[in-house]
Write a protein that binds this ligand. Structure first.
Ligand code: ADP
Ligand code: MG
Ligand code: MG
Length: 520
């Protein structure tokens, strides 16, 4: 869908005094409200925090396109649930060349294949985030285009809620001196957004579906994680709003701690604080780790993953759902008819399309597809050969993506041809597919130009004015796997804003600021 909206001149001019005041108020607000990260090399337990990287002002975003992205989320939730339930499709796409040339995806797929006939828990929980950029190549009308769909460890829900609250507060506290016009500063241009509350409610739905009031939610976390407050807020919300206890363990620690009862398959964890009490049962395993090769430094971690997968706990996500989030899947979905097959053909599991929604029609599928931009395979099919040529002749139009998560892994524009040449020179076993098959080629999304904002790096007390690009994330919660029992909800949004000069935008890798939209 295109929008005739043009973005307003942004940001408005501020006096040096107003600017200094915004820096002071934002950093004190962030510290007061846990809109924070741990500083680098923090002690354990930590004794200090720093404001999360933030934008001083919200960034204008077309309302119509924001609403479109939000409205599509339940359909995306259903789509990815159905992909995770379609073993034949996952085998075809992920069990092919990708699993032979990408060691990580190969381990994941082979591990899942090894345990999938022994699984004792039908229910699965998805906490998703679908990411978009505005696309305006010819300055003729904007669209939203999907960057990727995350099915594991989708982060920043809690901090995003805090960012929106902070921008509302700054607006009130400064008598909106930064608004260009009263029209732009209307209260309903700051959208209501509660991903913290909604994601915690999603975890609680999983916990309820498990059905044991004594059981806990296990947060599987990374060693040295700096984004802990984003996770702690979910724990507090679970306890306060739902009376549910959470425990945190690193993925590696679970090798020694986790036990699965041989008969009931319950996942049990010792409770070191209550030495005489029996181990605690886990209702939901919530991964904020286990998505990248460095989370598996040895084969022990894969053994642990399989142990957890075989247990009766509900996984968020299951290995199948993690596979469904691969970029290779995103590319195959773009092939003719695949989306229709998942969303319109009869015989697919009923996972619902959101509250009050009936069956989908072709127009809903078309609406969703309009948020896509060209994605091509890098294999030896005719399309793959065409992709190779395009990447060689017009690299400036493309980004090359491996099957990785967490930012910093893509190859952009002119770097693509030499990179492909290097891949072609890597040694190969007889019969092994070419290394390039582990990648997909994606057209570059071209965000509108001329929008600026002031960005403050985490822990700094000055702001940098930058020409910015904002990436909108839409969260979704999906409990599925048992016929007629699905929960399918949108769960709020995230806006991350980066300087235009940077291709990658991970907050965790220090480039993006956590922002909120000002709807226009
Ligand atoms: P990851 O799973 O590592 O986050 P992404 O697909 O989100 O991988 O890519 C990382 C970043 O690269 C995105 O946040 C975005 O800034 C940029 N990016 C990815 N795909 C595109 C694209 N097609 N056009 C422009 N920028 C892109
Ligand atoms: Mg990702
Ligand atoms: Mg991403």
């Amino acid at each position: 869908m295109s929008s005739s909206n043009t973005l307003p001149e942004w940001p408005p001019a501020l006096t040096p005094e107003q600017h200094a005041q915004l820096i002071l108020l934002s950093s004190t607000y962030a510290l007061s409200h846990g809109f924070t990260l741990l500083p680098p090399n923090s002690s354990h337990p930590p004794t200090s925090a720093i404001p999360a990287p933030l934008s001083l002002l919200p960034t204008p975003f077309p309302r119509e396109l924001y609403s479109l992205a939000v409205s599509l989320q339940p359909i995306y939730n259903a789509l990815y649930a159905r992909i995770a339930l379609d073993w034949e499709f996952l085998d075809r796409v992920m069990g092919g060349s990708v699993s032979k040339v990408d060691t990580f995806q190969g381990e994941l797929w082979r591990g899942w294949r090894q345990v999938r006939d022994e699984l004792v828990q039908d229910k699965q929980l998805g906490i998703f985030r679908s990411d978009y950029l505005l696309h305006d190549p010819e300055e003729k009308g904007m669209e939203v285009k999907q960057v990727e769909f995350n099915t594991i460890a989708a982060s920043f829900g809690a901090l995003s809620q805090r960012a929106g609250e902070m921008h509302r507060y700054l607006h009130k506290a400064t008598n909106s001196y930064y608004s260009v016009s009263p029209e732009l500063a209307k209260a309903d241009n700051f959208p209501a957004n509660q991903p913290l509350k909604n994601i915690a409610a999603g975890l609680a739905e999983g916990w309820k579906a498990y059905g044991n009031d004594e059981a806990v939610v296990l947060f599987v976390v990374q060693d040295g994680e700096r984004n802990v407050f984003d996770q702690k807020w979910l724990e507090y919300e679970l306890l306060e709003a739902h009376g549910i206890h959470a425990v945190r363990h690193t993925f590696s620690d679970l090798a020694n701690l986790a036990q699965v009862d041989g008969t009931t398959k319950t996942l049990l964890l010792p409770s070191p604080l209550e030495p005489n009490s029996p181990p605690r049962e886990v209702a939901v395993i919530y991964y904020r780790s286990a998505y990248t090769p460095t989370d598996y430094p040895s084969s022990d971690e894969w053994t642990t993953r399989l142990l957890l997968e075989r247990s009766r706990a509900i996984k968020c996500p299951s290995m199948a759902l993690q596979l469904a989030g691969a970029k290779k899947i995103q590319q195959v979905l773009c092939e003719p008819g695949v989306l229709e097959d998942f969303l319109l053909s009869p015989g697919r599991p009923d996972v619902g399309f959101g509250e009050g929604a009936g069956d989908l029609a072709q127009k809903d599928v078309d609406r969703l597809r309009q948020t896509w931009i060209g994605l091509l395979p890098m294999d030896n099919s005719p399309l793959g050969k065409e992709a190779y040529e395009l990447a060689t002749i017009h690299p400036e139009r493309y980004v090359l993506k491996p099957q990785r998560e967490g930012g910093g892994n893509n190859i952009y524009r002119e770097n693509i041809p030499p990179y492909l040449a290097e891949l072609a020179n890597e040694p190969r076993q007889p019969g092994e597919p070419e290394k390039k098959e582990a990648y997909i080629l994606m057209e570059l999304i071209e965000p509108p130009k001329g929008v600026c904002n002031w960005l403050v790096k985490g822990g700094e007390n000055k702001a940098r004015k930058a020409d910015v690009v904002s990436e909108l994330g839409v969260y979704g919660v999906m409990l599925f796997g048992e016929e007629g029992q699905a929960v399918n909800n949108g769960a709020g949004t995230l806006l991350r804003t980066k300087g235009r000069e940077s291709d990658e935008g991970g907050v965790a890798i220090g480039i993006s600021s956590i922002d909120s939209p000002l709807l226009i």
